[in-house]
Each structure stands twice: as structure tokens, then as C-alpha cells.
Design a protein around this ligand. Structure first.
Ligand code: FAD
Ligand code: SF4
Ligand code: SF4
Ligand code: SF4
Length: 614
């Protein structure tokens, strides 16, 4: 028996096995649990196809594309919160796959074997199987038969969207040996695949601890947030294990490169040009680029590498909230995009020998034990970094301030004891008001505002306005109502927060005490709007999300002219309240309200139409 190439170079893509006309190639699993081809020389006719198809031997021919680097770099989240929740990143794969399935085509990906003994590649045209395809399984998937199946489908004229590791997708290109209009190839940024044998040993150890069989595994569960990289494993007895980042033994081994496939240490499919039409990945660092696309439930990076990939994205984009980002931003959070992982700092040979005679916990203790640093405690290095960050942010603030000298308001980050006038008298600040305004935030006042006004002499409930970088607050002038005199009375107790580039505009009108406004997108309040006590208007629900198909975490709010929002009502994201409408006390408005309607209850319903009020 001989192999097709040197063992350490073989990425285990299985393409040679699929192409062999004699079925002379079988895959044998070594002590590490990775499979390698073996050729039966008794049946081999020496046709050379196995060497011809091997992606490792033809990287230069395969790493070609329409564009040297992606034509578009995109940050995206699936609009359906449930899909996003169940995906590894922002749900880009599901968006791409659903369009293919809806058009009657086939999709491929990787699914767990029965009993979680490993992972194999799988092709389907059944949308109901999407749930098992979704999500990253960080062990090597067995692609035996994948390339033959896809070729047969394409030859029959079926449309296919294939997704897999970059080396598998390079193998697919090589196997097909020509372009098919009806094929879209999707790969992902890949830091390496792990040994299925180690994974099974890890699950065995958990089953022993929980005294029950594993029934569900999610490598990147989001209950504790996308960034926490938490593995969730659920057992037959209903209990669940949560392993957070490096505290999880398997992830610690993976991230210290201890049991990846040997070819991953020298991966040839990094960087650009990509071999795929579309590359998907986690958009680490999105919080610095666009907070609207980040609520710690996962954000996808999508790279459009070919004309075909770009055209296909046009069919998919409506299921996504997305924006184009700068190509340069994708490298910092994702070293695996361009560089292979470093060598394991353990004796790998000894580790795998030990695994044959000991359990996973023994291996963990000996080769990659949980250290204090893994518990995410603060190290001296972290402290130095945080002092550095503090100094940098201090300097950045000074620079910002110099860049935006007009923003005098930014200095009022204290509780004032006296009345103060700002913006040439356009804003009157009453006592007990705190302003925390980033120098780059913009405030425009067409008439004037009385911030923190009280009708009770000397009684001022704390009032605050917070505006982060890039936000905007506008007080429009308008016709004088019976409540106003061109000065907006923003009564005491108000708490207004404008974040994430949000924009709040308020027309001429009036509000009573304890108004809460949380604006992360856009809130428009028209002229003549009367706001009662303890009213809450928020276009953003913070970091908490409800996982269902229609949940919207953040969406603009419009309150048209001459509305009356009575005591204690709440206006939720995405709502428009039509001109002249009244929202009854304590109503919770979750859906838009037609003009001149009276709505009440929770959720609020129209109880009278064609109303006028005065
Ligand atoms: C082994 C591995 C390493 C990765 N390394 C990185 C990284 O370093 N940086 C980064 O940003 N992203 C990495 N990713 C990609 C990332 O985890 C997400 O898969 C990707 O962002 C797509 O997320 P999604 O929400 O769009 O789709 P998901 O719903 O997560 O779907 C992912 C697709 O990949 C397929 N798939 C899952 N596991 C495997 C597997 N073992 N082999 C082949 N196909 C598989 C799924 O079936 C599905 O088609 C890696 C993924 C894997 C599997
Ligand atoms: S040379 Fe041809 S027949 Fe022999 S193993 Fe390779 S593909 Fe099969
Ligand atoms: S085709 Fe794939 S499995 Fe076969 S030798 Fe090459 S890399 Fe290994
Ligand atoms: S790191 Fe490279 S060689 Fe390893 S699985 Fe990923 S694409 Fe293949």
C-alpha cells in the first residue's frame, strides 16, 4: 500500500478517493484519529488521477479568482433572530443556503454522525434539514462521496451551493476541473480542524461526569454571548454543561493547537485570492465599526470573491441587515485568515499514545491544564495594557476635544448646582442635571430648551443626557402650542441616552417629569406632541434579545405631530404613531398606530378611531 502524497501534507479532503476509477483508495485512520489515503496497488491502474486531483499538489492553479482580493467586504446579520441565534456567526450561511433551497437547488455542509462519533459532509435539498447543517463543528468532517455527489447533481443541471473548509472547496474545484454556472462555492476562514478521536474522548469524559449520554452539542452557544465562545452540551438526563472559552478543555486544546490535523500547521489555503466565490467568517471587531450590527449574538463577515459570488449576494441581501466595510478591518480580529496556526508546544506523539491508554481528563491535566490565566483573571500584562488603554483614551479625548472645539457642552460632565446657559443661551441647564456628551456628538437647537425644568420650587429630580460619539440631538422649532413659547420644557427626572450613532429629533411641544428616551437608531418626535409623566420611548432594547422569528431589537420610531402620550405609556422599537393620536395611560405600543386613533392596553390596541383632542 502507498499514499498519494506525504502524510504530513495530506489535508484529508478525500478527493483522491472520490476520483479513483478503480476504487483503489481507502482511508485509514491513524493513532491521532485522522484519516489518510492508502492505495491498493493490486487494483491500481496507475492512471494518475489521484495526484491530479489532490489540492495540496496544485495550490497555484487552484488559488485563482476573478479578483485578487474580495470585490466587497460586508458585515451582516440575519434579520431573523432565531436563525442568528442558532448560527455560529451572524447567520450568513443560512441566508445563502435558503436562497438556493428556495430556488429548488441543493446545499452542502457538515453534520454530526449519529451518536456524535464525528462529522461528515452532507448534501440536501430539504429545507427541514438546515438545522443540522447550521453551525460550526470544529472537527474534521469526512467528505467521502461529496465531490461525486455534487458533480452528478451539476451534470443533471441542478443548482448547488457547496460549503466547507477552504481545502475541501479547493478539492471540489479540482475534482470538477471546470466552472459550472449552476455552482456557488462558499468557504470560511478556517483556523484548523481537530481530531474526531479527541473530540469523542472529550464527550466521553463529559458523559462520565454527568452520568448521561450526550444528546446535543453546540460549539458556539450564545446564551452567554457570542464573544464568550461557550460550548453547550446537553445530556439525556436534561442537564447541560457550559464551557466558557479557555475554561472548556476541548477549546483550550484547540486554541493551543494541540490536536489539529498536521496539515493545518502549514495550511496552503490562507490569504488571497480565495478559491471560493464567497467566504464567510466571524466579524470580530464589528463593535468598533458599527454598533448597529452588533448585539453580541453574532455578526458575519462576508467576502465576495468572484463575479458569481457578487451576483449571488444580490439575491440574498434582503434577508440581511448589512453594510460594506473597509477591507483592512478584517485582519486584526482574524489571524487565521492569512496565517496558519503555530506549532503545538507539547509532545504530540506522547499525547496521542497516552490517549490510547488514558481518558481525556488525564491528557488535559498533562498537556494543556487549566491555568489561572485561562480563568480570565487579570494578569500584570493585562494591567499594563489597561493602563495603556486608559492613557490612550484620555489622549484621544483631548484630541477629539481639540478637533471639535464648538462642543463646549462636552465639559459639563458634572452635577450642576446652579442654572447655566449653553450654546449662546439656547440651552438652559437647571440644577441637578448631568450631561455626558462626547465631543463628536452634535446638538442643534433651533429655538431653546430648558433642561431639567421644575414646577416645584427647589425640587429637582436628577436629569441626565448621555450622547456617545457620532450621535445627534436636534430640537426643531415649530408653531407655538398652548404648552410652549418656543422653549422646550424638558422637565426634571428625564433620562435621555443617545448611543450607537443614534439621532433624536424633538419638535416644539412639552413633556412632563421622568421621561425616558433610549435612542440607538432614530427617534423623531413631531410638533405639538404632549408627553405625560413616566413615559418611555425606546428604539433599542439593549443587549437582551428574545429568540423568535420576528423579534426586532432596534428600529426607528416616529411620533407624528400633535400626538398625546399619556402617563406611563411605553413606545417600543419600530413604531409609528400617526398624527393626532392618543396613547392611553400605561399602554405598551408595539405596533404602529393609525392617525387620529386612541390606543390602550398592553399590547396597545385601537379602541377609538377618528378622534381629535385638545
Ligand atoms: C473548523 C472551523 C474553523 C473555523 N475557524 C474560524 C476562524 O478562525 N475565524 C472565523 O472567523 N471563522 C472561523 N470559522 C467559521 C465560523 O465558525 C462560521 O462557520 C462562519 O462564520 C459561518 O457562520 P454562519 O453563522 O454564517 O454559519 P453556520 O450556520 O455556522 O454554518 C457554517 C457552515 O459550515 C459548515 N461546517 C460546520 N462545521 C464544518 C466542518 N467541520 N467542516 C466543514 N464544514 C463545516 C456548516 O455545515 C455550514 O454549512 C471556522 C469554522 C470551522 C468549521
Ligand atoms: S493512480 Fe488511478 S487507479 Fe491508481 S489509485 Fe490513483 S486514481 Fe486510483
Ligand atoms: S486528495 Fe486530499 S485526501 Fe487525497 S492525498 Fe490529497 S490531500 Fe490527501
Ligand atoms: S486550516 Fe487549512 S488545511 Fe486545515 S482544515 Fe482548514 S483549510 Fe484545511
Amino acid at each position: 500500500m502507498i499514499s498519494v502524497i506525504e502524510k504530513s501534507k495530506c489535508c484529508g479532503c478525500n478527493a483522491c478517493g472520490d476520483i479513483c476509477p478503480q476504487n483503489s483508495i481507502t482511508f485509514k485512520t491513524d493513532i491521532e484519529g485522522f484519516w489518510y489515503p492508502e492505495v491498493n496497488m493490486d487494483t491500481c491502474v496507475n492512471c494518475g488521477l489521484c495526484e491530479k486531483v489532490c489540492p495540496q499538489l496544485h495550490v497555484d492553479q487552484l488559488k485563482k479568482n476573478d479578483y485578487q482580493k474580495p470585490i466587497h467586504t460586508i458585515a451582516a446579520i440575519h434579520k431573523n433572530m432565531r436563525i442568528r441565534w442558532n448560527s455560529t456567526s451572524g447567520g450568513a450561511y443560512t441566508a445563502l443556503a435558503d436562497v438556493m433551497l428556495e430556488s429548488g437547488g441543493y446545499v452542502s455542509g457538515a453534520v454530526y454522525n449519529e451518536g456524535f462519533t464525528g462529522v461528515h459532509n452532507y448534501v440536501t435539498n430539504n429545507p427541514e434539514e438546515m438545522d443540522k447543517l447550521r453551525s460550526s463543528k470544529y472537527l474534521q468532517s469526512n467528505a467521502e462521496g461529496l465531490y461525486r455527489t455534487i458533480k452528478q447533481l451539476l451534470a443533471k443541471g441542478e443548482k448547488v451551493l457547496a460549503c466547507g473548509t477552504p481545502c475541501q472547496m479547493a478539492a471540489l474545484r479540482s475534482f470538477l476541473n471546470k466552472d459550472y454556472e449552476n455552482l456557488i462555492i462558499v468557504d470560511f476562514i478556517c483556523r484548523g480542524v481537530n481530531s474526531p478521536k479527541v473530540y469523542r474522548a472529550y464527550l466521553d469524559s463529559l458523559e462520565k461526569k454527568y452520568g448521561s449520554k450526550v444528546v446535543y452539542v453546540k460549539a458556539k452557544n450564545k446564551e452567554l454571548g457570542w464573544r464568550n465562545l461557550t460550548r453547550k452540551v446537553t445530556f439525556e438526563n436534561g442537564e447541560s454543561y457550559y464551557g466558557v472559552f479557555m475554561e472548556d478543555d476541548f477549546r483550550r486544546g484547540y486554541h493551543t493547537n494541540v490536536f489539529c490535523r498536521p496539515s493545518c500547521y502549514n495550511c496552503q489555503f490562507k490569504g488571497f485570492p480565495r478559491i471560493s466565490d464567497i467566504t464567510i467568517a466571524d466579524y470580530w471587531g464589528i463593535e468598533k465599526i458599527d454598533k448597529n450590527l452588533d448585539s453580541n449574538v453574532g455578526t458575519s463577515m462576508i467576502l465576495l470573491n468572484s463575479k458569481k459570488g457578487n451576483d449571488y449576494f444580490q439575491l440574498v441581501k434582503d434577508c440581511l441587515d448589512y453594510r460594506e466595510t473597509a477591507f483592512e478591518t478584517i485582519f486584526a480580529g482574524n489571524p487565521a485568515l492569512t496565517k496558519p496556526i503555530g506549532p503545538a508546544k507539547v509532545d504530540r506523539e506522547a499525547l496521542f499514545e497516552d490517549l490510547d491508554s488514558h481518558d481525556f481528563d488525564y491528557i488535559t491535566q498533562k498537556y494543556f491544564p487549566l491555568r489561572k490565566a485561562n480563568l480570565q483573571k487579570v494578569t500584570i500584562k493585562d494591567r499594563v495594557k489597561s493602563v495603556f488603554r486608559l492613557c490612550k483614551s484620555f489622549l484621544d479625548n483631548i484630541v477629539d476635544f481639540i478637533k471639535h472645539p464648538a462642543s463646549v457642552i462636552a465639559t459639563y460632565q458634572i452635577n450642576h448646582r446652579k442654572n447655566t446657559e449653553l450654546l449662546g443661551g439656547k440651552i438652559r441647564i437647571e440644577p441637578n442635571v448631568t450631561l455626558d456628551i462626547h465631543p463628536s456628538a452634535k446638538i442643534r437647537v433651533e429655538s431653546s430648551v430648558d433642561f431639567g425644568r421644575t414646577e416645584i420650587k427647589g425640587f429637582y429630580t436628577p436629569t441626565c443626557l448621555k450622547m456617545t460619539a457620532g450621535t445627534e440631538l436636534v430640537f426643531h422649532d415649530g408653531p407655538i402650542t398652548r404648552y410652549g413659547n418656543h422653549t422646550y420644557p424638558l422637565r426634571h427626572g428625564a433620562c435621555i441616552e443617545i448611543i450607537n450613532n443614534g439621532k433624536l429629533t424633538i419638535g416644539q411641544g412639552a413633556c412632563n417629569v421622568n421621561l425616558t428616551i433610549m435612542c440607538a437608531k432614530e427617534i423623531k418626535i413631531g410638533n405639538g406632541v404632549r408627553i405625560g409623566r413616566n413615559v418611555s420611548i425606546r428604539d433599542f432594547n439593549g443587549d437582551h434579545v428574545i429568540i423568535n422569528d420576528t423579534y426586532v431589537n432596534s428600529a426607528p420610531i416616529v411620533i407624528e405631530d400633535r400626538c398625546w402620550l399619556c402617563t406611563g405609556c411605553s413606545i417600543m422599537p419600530g413604531v409609528t404613531i400617526g398624527t393626532g393620536s392618543v396613547v392611553a395611560a400605561n399602554a405598551v405600543v408595539t405596533k404602529s398606530v393609525p392617525p387620529h386613533s386612541l390606543v390602550a392596553g398592553s399590547p396597545a390596541k385601537v379602541i377609538k378611531e377618528n378622534i381629535e383632542w385638545y
